[in-house]
Structures are given as C-alpha cells and as structure tokens.
Design a protein around this ligand. Structure first.
Ligand code: HEM
Length: 1009
C-alpha cells in the first residue's frame, strides 16, 4: 500500500517536472524566434501565488550564487516598473525584452514605436482582461471585457462622455474644491492665514475625487462637513447625499462606496460566503461596506427605473448610471440591440467610480506634493491663473471659455508633468491575439510575436525614455538627464524633439469610432510628445473613456486651490512655528530643504495597488497658506538663475528682438529644433550653462563625467579611473558628455586621454593648469608614491570585493530576518510546542518499515531498512485520543483563556487618545491622528496573551497529567499515561516549558514598558 502511494507521488512529481521543462523549452524556442532579447525566469512574475509569496522566496533565492539570479531577479519583485523606472531598460541597452517562464511569456516594452502600433491595433493586440478580473465582481463592464461584449459596453457608456457633461464636471470640481479648502481653513488649529499641518492629504484628495465622481457617476451632490444640500435637491436623492446613514443602512452612501473601494482586495481574495463569517475586523468592515453599497445600488437602480417609467424629466448634470438605465428602460430602449443587463449597469457604474476616482485623486495628490517641493513652480502657476482669472469668483468660471487656455498654460503643464512622472496606471496590460502570431516593428526591425504572449506597455518607463524626450542634464540632482525631475517647463519645449523614434504607419490600424473624447492628450500649443511616448490614458480604441473628464477636473481643482492659496511642506519634524518665525531666510531655506529631501524620498516609496499611490499610511505633511503669507519664499541663487533661464527660454519670441537680451539669445541656441535642451554651452547670461546632452540616444552607462580642469594631473587620472566605477557628476558643476565607458584594463590609457580632453578645454592659463596639461600629455615614469598608491588601491579593491561578496551572498539579510522572526514571545511559544510534538510523534505515529536500501559494496555500506511514520494511524482512535488530549491541554484551553483574559487589550485601549474621527474616504477626519494609527494603537499587543497562555497550560498539565483528573471520564486515562511517557520528563518537562514561556512573556512586557 505504502509503495503504491509513493509510486503515485513519484508519478505526479515526474509529470510536474516534465510539463515544467517542456513548457520552458517550448517558450524559449518561441522567444528565440522573435529575435528580441529574452530572460528566462523560474516562475512568471504575474503568477498569483508568486505575487502573494515572493517575499518568502526572494531571500532564499538570493542565498544561491549571484550569477544564478542576478539577470532576472529585478522583474520578480512586486512593482518593479516604478522602482526601476528606466534603469532596467538602460542596463540592457534595449527598449523591449521578453520574460520567459514555463507557463507563459510577456513582452515588456518602453519603445514608443512599438507602443503606438500595439495600441492602434485592438484586434491584433487586445487588452489582457485577466489583469482586471478583480474589477468585475459587481458585474461585467467596459473595463473588464473584450471583443463584441466590450463594443456593446463601450457604445452604451461612451454616450455620457461628451462636452456637455465635461462642462458639468468642471463646475462640480470647482464647487467641491472650494468645499475642501473651506473645510481646511475652518478646521481646528487653522488660523486665518494657514491651515494646521495636514497629514491626510492623500485621503482628502480621495474624498474630493469621490465627491466629484458621485456627481459624474450618479448625479449626486456629496457634501463636506458644514455643507448643506441645495434646496431643490430631489427628495429621493437626499438619502444618498447624507453624511449619516439613512434608515435601513449602517453606512452613508459615501462611506459605503469608499469602504468597498478600500477593501476591494479583501473582497476579491475571500469567497463572500466565508468573508461574512470571518471574525476579523477587516473582514467585517469589508462585508459591511459591500452589503451597504449593493443595497444603495439596488435602490438607486429601482429609483431610476421608476423615474424613467414615469417619464420624469432627465435631471440637469452628469449622471452616468441614469444614462445607462435610460438606455435600457427609456422610450424605445436601445435602437441597435446594445443593451446592458441590470448587473452590467451596476458593474459599469462601479467601474466608472473606481477608474475615475483613484486615478484623479492620486494625480492631484502628487501634483500638490511636487508643487510644495517647488515653490518657484507655484509662483509660475499662480501667475498663469491670475492672467486667466484674476481674482474672479470661481463659480463664474466658464468651461467653454477657459478650458483650452487652462490646458495650454502652466496649469496644464503641471498636470501633464505629474501624469508623466507618476502615471496612475504604471503598466498597461495587452496580449497578442490568441488567434494568430502578429508582426510588428520594434526598434526599426520587423518582429513576429507569438499568439497569446502577454505584453506590458511600461508607461512609467516610456515617459522617462531619453530616446524620445528632449533632455538636458539635471540641475536638481546632477543626473545626465532631467527626465526624473518634476519640470512643468518641459512642456514648453519645442516639439521637433530630440527623438529619433519613428512613428510607424500601419495599414492595419483600427479606424473605427468607439466613442469618447477625440482630441489629443496635451494642448496643441505645448510640447507634443512622439506618439506612444506619453500614455497615461493609454491610447487607441481602448484608451481612457474618462480622459477629458479627468483633465477638466484636475485643472479646475488646481486653479481653485492656487488662485488663493499656496502649499508648503510642513517642517514640524525639524522646527516649531515659533522657531521658524525667528529664523533668517537662509535658515528657513535649510529647514525647508530637509523637508524637501524627506518628501522626495516618500514619493519614491509609492507603489501600485490598482493605481500608483502612497500606500500603508505613508504621507507627506503639508500646509495650505493664503497667498502672500508664504514662509519659505526665498530661493537659492541657483534656483533664481534656473527660473530666469527657463522664463527667458519659454518667452523667447517676446524677448529675442529686444537688444538688451541679444547677448543671451546669441549665445543660446534655442531656435534649432531642440528647444532648451539644445542650448549652446554659453547658455544663461546669469550662470554658465551646462551643455545639453548631446545625444539622448546614448544609454546611461556610456556617459562619463568630464571634470573641471583646475585639478592636478594625477587627480584627473585618478578621477578617470574612478569613472570606471562611478560616472556620477562632480559636485562642482560637472559636465556630462557621451563617451565610451573605459574598461578597467584600459583605464589608465583612457585616463590620460580624458585628462587631455579636459585640459584642452581649460579657459584660463595658470601655471598649475599648464603643468597639468603637460603632465597629462606626457607618459611620465611612475613615482614611488604612485607605486605605493597602486598597491594600496589593489588591497582596497580586494577588500571591497570580499566585503561585497559577503553582502551579495545575502547571509547578513537572512541571518537578520531569521533573527527578527525568532525574537518574539510567540516564536518561543511555538518552539516549545514544536518540541513537545517532536517528542509525541513516535508515540502517536509510530515508524513502520517501508523498504530497504540495498548494500553498496564499493562504498562499504550494508543494507539499510528505511522506516517512515505510519500515516494510517491517522485513521485510528489510538492517534486521535492522545492527540486531542494534548491539543486540549497544551493549545486549545490556553489559547481560549489567553484570548479572553487578554491583559494587553486593556493596555492598548488605555493608550489611545480620545480624539478620533471617522476614517473612511467618504468622510473627512476631524483629527490629525490618522485613523490607521488609531486602529493600530487600539489593537492589543497579542491576540492571545502569552502569559495567560503559559499559566493555563501549566495548570491544565498539572491537573491532567500529574493528578490524573479525567473530568468524569471525558479524558481517556490511557491517553494520559501515553502522553506522560512520550513527553520529555513527562508532565514536569511541560511545566518547565511553561515556566520558560511565562518568564519570556514577562521579560518582553518589561522591555516594552
Ligand atoms: C488621471 C486620471 C485618469 C487616468 C490616468 C486614467 C487612465 C486610464 C488608463 C491607462 C486606461 C486604460 C487601462 C487599460 O487599458 O488597461 C483607462 C481606462 C478607462 N478609464 Fe481612465 N483614467 C483616468 C480617469 C478616468 C475617469 C475620470 C474616468 C471616468 C469618469 C475613467 C474611466 C475609464 C474607463 C471607463 C476606462 C475603460 C475604457 C475601455 O476599456 O474601453 N478614467 N483609464
């Protein structure tokens, strides 16, 4: 029998190994045929199980030699695209690569030419809807379907996305943003010129976007605290707009919607039948949100149907759900058979809410943070808002009149720049049609992609791809390009960009009209990115349906905020208000620089769960101040220079003819099609300009720094050697220029050459420079100092290599993580229990003879009978009686007591301050203590109190195993004696174990105090 089981297991393992190897082989062959570089990975990074457990495997894999994983590890980590941005494409020197696993392949590309073709040929490259299964939980919809079903959804839903409704959205965005700003300024702690420090900006922008989408999706007016519904509100709609739950509900509509969106992953992962029974808080909240939301939706659908049947007039305002109901139940219904089911109507209303609210909220949030980091950018923005609106009341702003100029101004530039750097949808998923292989041009070459292969259009990388965006060296970080910097001015660069990317004309491109806004993504009077290089809204037939709505909403929000207010990073962490008041301009600049550094670091920690945002309670604290009351106005000289420079370039047409500016424009080269990026080296009249990157085609690794010429020759030589390792800029205004990176072997020769080039550029002839030049040109014999230096360098290199090998082996991390995992009271409890189980196992599952390993003569071994635990004992009471007795006394009873008599619960509650507000997106908080923090503080330290657990286990052990109490025959005396015999030192051993765990729990509590 045992041998049959072993045989079956062996057969299953062999089959799994066979399919793994043959799948991998066949996929490698397919990848090879494409002629695109490919990387073999052991498991596909999009595999759901891998995505849930990669954090366990990665440290284990990293224990293997680095050569086994270094090529592919980058792609296996969650969120690689935003972490790596452009780096992993640069490293490979290619714009596309394929990941090959045994179960599938995916092409990752940041090639605008390829992206353009893929988005234009919907049938050949449909959407990979498997990535969006999560979003069809309330009904199929326009985002999650493909083919004929999608056409039908798109046709019905796109009817609402017209200019009339964009105008309604514009007005509502103004109204809601005013609501938010008023609320901020009337909050506790606000003074007339400044809000208190806001730690909930990401949450509040979500509420703002949710309130707007409530109007867009359902025609509802959602409120900020202190606001009231307009008098003429339809009484049927009052319950949806209320801040408190109406009768029959336990949550307001806004809270139900917000909770459902927040807990969307929980709703997907757990089967609903199980979710509603789970005793955990997160499950209860998720379930409550979902039940309330669906009830609102059902009622809403019925109300709308009643309206339509009664022939009630269509209400003023945008109301996508009303439009969907009318399309089905209205007069004559659908003319061409395109009709959604009720579930699909609810599914579409939901998806428009999801797609339309997080995306816009995150874009606004990041724009505000970037502007807080960039005070001079804010001034430019405010200048353009003043030109457009003066101090007119936003309620009087007019969509038709203002929208195009707003999009063409700094307002539009800020929005575009955020969408470029932080696109809410980081990767757009596509797939090669399942029906046939598809030909495509990639990097100028025809390639054939195999049917069914996944495709990821890496938006966040193509937006920073120097091959298709005009660049110049970063003045902020000294990096070779400024593509990682937030520079709204970029959108004023001229459009005949540095790009060498071709737009491929494609006869098979989709020409059908699928509804939605037809205009371009950016204003016609701004920089026009090459097609395929700017895809925050995707492109082609499956591009974002809400693009116009989103743009209109965001520019309205920005204009309302910055017409009257500025935003500043809060510096509370470094200085109090009183201290800031007393500071000089220079001291303020320094403290602000600290806040800038921290906020930039936090922004880099964003990650993508549905959309790119700051997750897990991460936030950047800010304050809004009334204009004219800013505390951090003073700019560094370099910032002023940059500002002036940018201004003169963007207003070249205005100033070029002015003789005062003639020297500036003569020395610059703005008119040659490269915009500012191609300005000559003479550059700014106020500061000597660094030259533009001569060719943005050069991958990062083949750029080297050219250092200033004031250095001594040996310094230059050493610098060139250093450049082999580090091609960063010199802090003293290094100039980047593409050159071939020197190999280590030729470093010295190249160093001499570099020194020669550098010195030839010297401006002033001092004796030191002349000496440097001579030294650089002549091959001088090595001095004793050089020899010592070389020997020392060798020693340091060897030591560094040894240290890096040690670090790369991952031993430190593994040791550290194991240590952290084991350094808890819970792990001590588990270790003690595991030891008891280890002692019990031979008694409960005795070993049985399985087979014999024959003697191997030449190794000199004799026959060895192999014993395995008798798993059939699991079917007998001889196993279960003692097993349950032990479980009862050592686990179940102690856990129950430890759960209910949990001293850490009381301790946790006493630590929570009374100030708490609600904490869903639907309603703003009334305190600055984040809800997540409060919830976390309220959580007891342990679910099961370890001290109580140990005490009860000791008592139960003593009573049952020492005293032999059977609780009226409930426990089998034979089981008691079997356990007593099997455990190490019987019941006394268990008591020692409980003493250890009890003392550990006390020690832990003392340490925490
Ligand atoms: C900054 C704001 C927004 C961004 C960056 C954005 C981005 C996108 C992207 C990249 C897609 C394509 C996804 C894919 O193919 O996998 C998409 C689709 C979609 N978006 Fe947006 N979106 C935004 C705002 C909105 C708004 C406000 C609405 C609605 C009110 C909306 C509704 C939709 C819908 C319905 C689709 C599916 C279209 C289809 O597949 O036919 N989006 N969005």
């Amino acid at each position: 029998m045992v041998s049959s089981v072993l045989l079956a297991l062996g057969a299953a393992a062999s089959w799994a190994a066979y399919t793994y190897v043959s799948g991998l082989r066949s996929n490698i062959l397919k990848a090879r045929r494409t002629n695109i570089p490919y990387i073999v990975v052991p498991v596909h990074p999009f595999n759901r199980l891998w995505q849930l457990t990669f954090w366990i495997w990665i440290p284990l894999i990293k224990m293997l030699p680095k050569s086994m994983w270094e090529d592919w590890m980058f792609i296996m980590q969650g969120d690689w695209a935003y972490k790596s941005l452009q780096d992993d494409f640069d490293k490979r020197g290619r714009q596309s690569f394929i990941i090959v696993s045994p179960r599938g392949m995916t092409l990752f590309t940041n090639d605008p030419e390829a992206i353009h073709q893929i988005t234009q040929r919907r049938e050949a490259f449909p959407k990979d809807t498997t990535s969006y299964t999560i979003l069809s939980m309330f009904g199929e919809n326009v985002l999650t379907t493909e083919g004929a079903v999608w056409r039908m959804h798109r046709k019905v839903t796109s009817a609402s996305f017209n200019e009339k409704n964009a105008a309604h959205t514009f007005a509502e965005a103004i109204n809601q943003t005013q609501g938010m700003m008023n609320w901020y300024f009337y909050k506790e702690g606000a003074i007339s010129t400044s809000t208190p420090t806001i730690k909930t900006l990401e949450h509040d922008t979500m509420t703002l976007a949710l309130n707007i989408i409530g109007y867009v999706g359902f025609g509802l007016r959602l409120l900020w605290p202190g606001q009231k519904l307009p008098e003429d509100t339809d009484p049927k709609l009052v319950k949806y707009g209320a801040l408190e739950p109406p009768p029959g509900y336990t949550m307001s509509f806004a809270d139900a919607l917000a909770t459902t969106l927040e807990k969307i992953i929980v709703l997907l992962v757990f089967p609903w039948a199980l979710l509603k029974r789970l005793p955990f808080e997160f499950a209860k909240v998720a379930w409550e949100g979902k039940v309330n939301y669906l009830k609102y939706m059902d009622d809403f659908l019925k109300d709308k149907m009643a309206d339509v049947r009664a022939g009630n007039r269509e209400r003023e305002g945008m109301d996508i759900m009303g439009q969907l109901v009318r399309s089905k139940y209205g007069k004559g219904g659908s003319k061409d058979g395109a009709e959604l089911s009720d579930a699909e109507i609810i599914g579409n209303a939901f998806i428009i809410t999801v797609a339309g609210h997080e995306t816009t909220a995150n874009t606004l949030h990041f724009t505000l943070l970037e502007l807080a980091n960039n005070p001079s950018g804010q001034r430019q923005l405010q200048k353009d808002i003043d030109t457009e609106f003066g101090d007119s009341d936003p309620a009087t702003w007019n969509y038709e009149q203002n929208v195009n100029t707003m999009l063409a101004s700094y307002i539009g530039a800020c929005m575009n720049e955020t969408l470029r750097l932080m696109p809410p949808v980081v990767e757009v998923p596509k797939v090669v049609s399942y029906n046939s292989d598809q030909a495509i041009t990639i990097e100028g070459e025809k390639r054939v992609l195999p049917a069914g292969m996944g495709i990821s259009l890496v938006a966040v990388s193509v937006h920073r791809n120097p091959r298709c965006w005009p660049t110049r060296p970063s003045k902020l970080t000294g990096a070779p390009t400024d593509l990682d910097d937030y520079l709204p001015e970029r959108w004023y660069r001229t459009s005949e960009s540095t790009s060498t990317s071709r737009e491929v004309e494609d006869d098979s491109a989709d020409t059908e009209d699928y509804g939605g806004f037809k205009g371009s993504d950016t204003s016609a009077s701004m920089y026009r990115p090459v097609r395929g290089s700017f895809i925050p809204f995707s492109d082609g037939a499956r591009s974002c349906l809400g693009r116009r709505i989103a743009q209109v909403e965001m520019i309205a929000m920005l204009a309302v905020i910055f017409q009257k207010y500025s935003i500043e990073l809060a510096v509370d962490e470094w200085a109090s208000d009183e201290e800031v008041d007393k500071m000089s301009a220079e001291e303020r600049r320094k403290v602000y620089a600290q806040a800038q550094e921290k906020s930039r670091k936090t922004i880099k920690e964003a990650n993508s769960i549905l959309t790119l945002k700051l997750n897990g309670g991460k936030h950047v604290p800010v304050r809004f101040v009334k204009r004219g009351h800013e505390s951090y106005e003073s700019l560094k000289k370099s910032e002023l220079e940059l500002q002036l420079d940018d201004y003169l370039t963007s207003h070249a047409a205005q100033f070029q003819s002015d003789p005062t500016f003639a020297p500036y424009y003569q020395t610059t080269n703005t008119g040659h099609g490269h915009g500012r990026s191609s300005r000559g080296s003479a550059g700014s009249p106020v500061k000597r300009e660094t030259p533009a990157v001569a060719s943005s085609m050069m991958p990062a690794e083949i750029r080297v720094s050219r250092r200033r010429v004031t250095r001594a020759a040996e310094e230059i030589i050493q610098a060139a050697i250093d450049n082999d390792d580090d091609d960063g800029d010199d802090s003293e205004g290094a100039e980047s220029e593409p050159e071939q990176r020197p190999s280590r072997a030729t470093a010295t020769a190249t160093a001499t050459a570099t020194a020669t080039t550098a010195t030839s550029n010297a401006l002033i002839r001092t004796p030191a420079r002349a000496l440097s030049q001579a030294a650089a040109r002549m091959q001088l014999p090595a001095t004793p100092r050089d020899v010592v230096q070389i020997a020392e360098n060798g020693r340091i290199a060897l030591r560094n290599r040894a240290t890096s090998l040690y670090h790369e082996s991952g031993i430190t991390e593994v040791t550290q993580s194991t240590r952290e995992a084991l350094s808890t009271v819970t792990s001590v409890l588990f270790t003690v229990a595991a030891f008891e189980l280890y002692c019990l196992r031979p008694e409960l599952l005795p070993d049985r003879y399985a087979f014999t390993i024959p003697a191997i003569r030449f190794l000199g071994t004799s026959e060895y009978p192999v014993q395995v635990p008798d798993i059939f004992a699991l079917l007998t009471s001889s196993f279960w009686k003692p097993a349950l007795t032990w479980a009862l006394t050592s686990l179940i009873l102690p856990s129950l007591f430890g759960y209910f008599f949990n001293l850490s619960v009381a301790a946790a509650h006493s630590h929570v301050s009374a100030s708490s507000g609600t904490h869903t997106r639907g309603r703003p908080r009334t305190s600055n203590v984040s809800a997540a923090q409060q919830q976390q503080q309220q959580q007891p330290e342990y679910v099961v109190d370890p001290l109580m657990f140990s005490i009860v286990k000791a008592i139960a052990t003593y009573v049952v195993y020492a005293q032999g109490v059977t609780f009226g025959g409930l426990i089998d005396p034979v089981a008691i004696s079997r356990i007593n015999n099997a455990l190490y030192s019987g019941w006394k051993g268990v008591l020692v174990g409980t003493a250890i765990t009890g003392l550990t729990a006390i020690y832990d509590a003392v340490l925490r105090k």
